[in-house]
Design a protein around this ligand. Structure first.
Ligand code: NAD
Length: 259
């Protein structure tokens, strides 16, 4: 059975890529596109129904999975609308505050929700491997990360950098918020032991590069992930949508569950 998809943020960079892949695939049916009033006119109404309000598409599509790549407040709104109609939802939006994440977790008690700050297989495999490296190298190795993204990205550091940072901090038994440094300027003195640096670079059309540095006495290891295009995130989101069919609500699902 094909997975029916409703895309929220369909006129965006990620939404557009997901719609294109879904429309070209034999396994997915794109049954609706949603975007804001000022962007919706750019969407092709010949492909499927187009709306500015997700609620207008859900009554006639009870089995559709909603995919949302927009902005934190919009994704939370999509989650409450999906919960109202019982539709499953896949969210790729980053930059959610702790309060917004808690709100999402709360909504996930009533409708199945999948959220991931990075839908690529490579990053999610990295998140499994980096703790092994962190523990094997030990506290003597300073950890820093640099992330590069295009000049239109709204949040910083990237959601992916924070996810990687949390996994590195977790491997050291600490919370990222207690050890993170995302900016150095002036007479800052010696680098505190145990600090994890995450610095953001913005420019051009870079899809996403994350490099983790483990710097020890006389040597350093660099682990880099390059996203070549948005397609790997889009394929991950579509795979998540198919995987969410028939899932029960109760908690927030993520890439670790699916992989
Ligand atoms: P974008 O700005 O190109 O697209 C966002 C779209 O959302 C726009 O078309 C905008 O008009 C639409 N939108 C805004 N308000 C809306 C509303 N009220 N209703 C419906 N649509 C609305 O951004 P993008 O590059 O596609 O990224 C979107 C999000 O996805 C960001 O948070 C980004 O960090 C994240 N992202 C996640 C992954 C991942 O793998 N999880 C990968 C890339 C980007």
């Amino acid at each position: 059975m094909n997975t029916k998809i409703i895309m929220v943020g369909a006129a965006g960079r990620m939404g557009g890529t997901i719609c294109r892949l879904a429309a070209a695939s034999e396994n997915f049916d794109l049954v609706g596109m949603v975007d804001s009033k000022d962007r919706v006119s750019s969407l092709d109404r010949g492909i499927c129904p187009v709306e500015t309000d997700l609620a207008a598409l859900l009554p006639q599509n009870p089995e559709a999975v909603v995919i949302d790549f927009t902005a934190p407040a919009v994704s939370l709104h999509s989650a409450s609308v999906a919960a109202q109609y019982g539709n499953a939802l896949v969210i790729g939006t980053t930059g959610l505050s702790e309060v917004q994440k808690e709100e999402l977790q709360h909504i996930a008690l009533t409708t199945p929700i999948f959220w991931s700050s990075n839908m690529s297989i490579g990053i999610n495999v990295l998140v499994k491997i980096l703790p092994v490296l962190t523990q094997a190298l030990g506290e003597e190795y300073d950890i820093e990360m640099i992330e590069l993204h295009h000049n239109r990205k709204k949040d910083s550091p990237s959601g992916t950098a924070l996810t990687i940072g949390e996994c590195l901090a977790g491997a050291r038994g600490v919370k990222l918020e207690d050890v993170r440094c995302s900016g150095r300027n002036g007479i800052i003195g010696e680098r505190p032991k145990g600090q994890i640096g995450i610095q953001a670079v913005r420019g051009g059309d870079v899809v996403g590069v994350h490099t983790v540095y483990f710097m020890g006495p006389g040597e350093r290891i660099e682990v880099t992930h390059h996203a070549h295009s948005r397609e790997n995130f889009a394929r991950g989101a579509l795979r998540a949508a198919a995987w969410m069919l028939g899932k029960k609500p109760g908690r927030l699902y993520g890439m670790a569950d699916m992989l």
